[in-house]
Design a protein around this ligand. Structure first.
Ligand code: NAP
Length: 307
């Protein structure tokens, strides 16, 4: 019987593990399919406090993991395949083996939605990004492209005009999902150029490990052309990793966990941390803060239950 199982090993899961381990709860952390979470796919992180020169994303999460292990956290490779939260102790199927636990922290994150191009995939962290707040700074005076037609795309395009010499916003339709106010703001920004009814066919140049440009196609006219780009930002939404909890944990229509205050879910003893619940901030530091909150709540829950 475990005191706490932490599902996910990004900033939220690792920070929860540090706190839970220091509270002597001997947590186990299920690493998940994307061990290290979204930071494991980035390069330099310059906005995590404490690193004046910045730190590489993979190194940052690895440091967190080692810190948690130093206090006795145990990491298990693989994913949670099934859950039973209907009674306590809770039961989790970890790679085919059922484990019983008094509490659970769900820190399974949200994955950025990508276009699905092979060239895009190869250049993630090398000019292809899903986070303007994280990576915009690297493109001062450079040519930036943003893909998407929702609020995220408008917000990111506006934000990126602080850095880029120009920002091209590529959207596959002529109509927008974005709210009027966000769209207006982007349309009135002289640095943003809209490319509508346009799709990205390829991101160059995977062989140079660097984004140099894209091939675009107008879906109405069929015109195909090349355009120089230095920073390529994909803002077409996120997918919360909650499939395995479906029907047990309350989520909104898109699958984000609904918070019942603090780090609490609808099930006492099951807590949330990080992007799996947060559709607004999505930062390494906010995920870490949420992981800390969840671990403190676990500690108090176990104490209150006399466990
Ligand atoms: P979203 O509203 O779902 O919009 C996604 C956009 O990406 C859509 O325009 C969609 O095109 C496009 N898209 C999806 N898959 C694509 C693909 N494979 N290829 C090309 N384009 C693709 O997502 P979001 O913008 O991330 O917003 C998510 C939620 O967060 C929304 O509720 C939004 O209001 C909220 N949000 C709010 C703020 C704010 O208020 N400050 C900021 C960001 C987000 P189609 O339209 O053609 O489907």
């Amino acid at each position: 019987m475990r005191n706490v199982v932490i599902i996910g090993s990004g900033c939220a899961g690792n920070t929860a593990a540090i706190y839970a381990a220091r509270a002597n709860l001997k947590p186990i952390v299920v690493s998940g399919h994307e061990a290290g979470g979204q930071l494991s796919m980035t390069t330099l992180v310059e906005n995590f406090p404490g690193f004046p020169e910045g730190i590489n994303g993979p190194e940052l999460v690895e440091n967190m993991k080692r810190q948690a292990e130093n206090f006795g956290a145990e990491y298990v490779h693989g994913a949670v395949l099934d859950t039973d939260f209907s009674a306590r102790p809770f039961r989790l199927n970890i790679e085919g083996e059922w484990t019983e636990t008094r509490t659970v922290i769900i820190a399974s994150g949200a994955s950025a939605r990508w276009l699905g191009l092979e060239s895009e995939h190869k250049l993630i962290g090398h000019g292809v990004s899903s986070c303007a707040t994280c990576d915009g700074f690297f493109y001062r005076g450079k040519k930036i492209m943003v893909v998407g037609g929702g609020d995220s795309a408008m917000e990111e395009a506006n934000f990126l005009t602080r850095f880029g010499s120009e920002v091209a916003l590529v959207h596959r339709r002529g109509e927008f999902r974005a709210s009027k106010i966000m769209l207006d703001r982007a349309q009135h920004n002289p640095k943003i150029k809209f490319l509508l009814n346009t799709v990205v066919e390829e991101v160059h140049d995977a062989s140079k490990h660097l984004v140099t440009g894209v091939r675009l196609r107008n879906v109405k006219t069929g015109e195909v052309w090349e355009q120089d780009v230095d920073g390529f930002f994909v803002a077409i939404g996120h997918i919360p990793n909650t499939k395995v909890f479906k029907g047990q944990i309350e989520t909104d229509a898109e699958g984000y966990i609904l918070s019942h205050g603090g780090a609490r879910t609808n099930i006492p003893g099951v807590f949330h941390a990080g992007d799996v619940q947060d559709r607004t901030y999505r930062q390494a530091i906010t995920a870490s803060g949420a992981g800390c909150m969840a671990a403190i709540e676990v500690e108090r829950f176990l104490e209150a239950e006399g466990l």
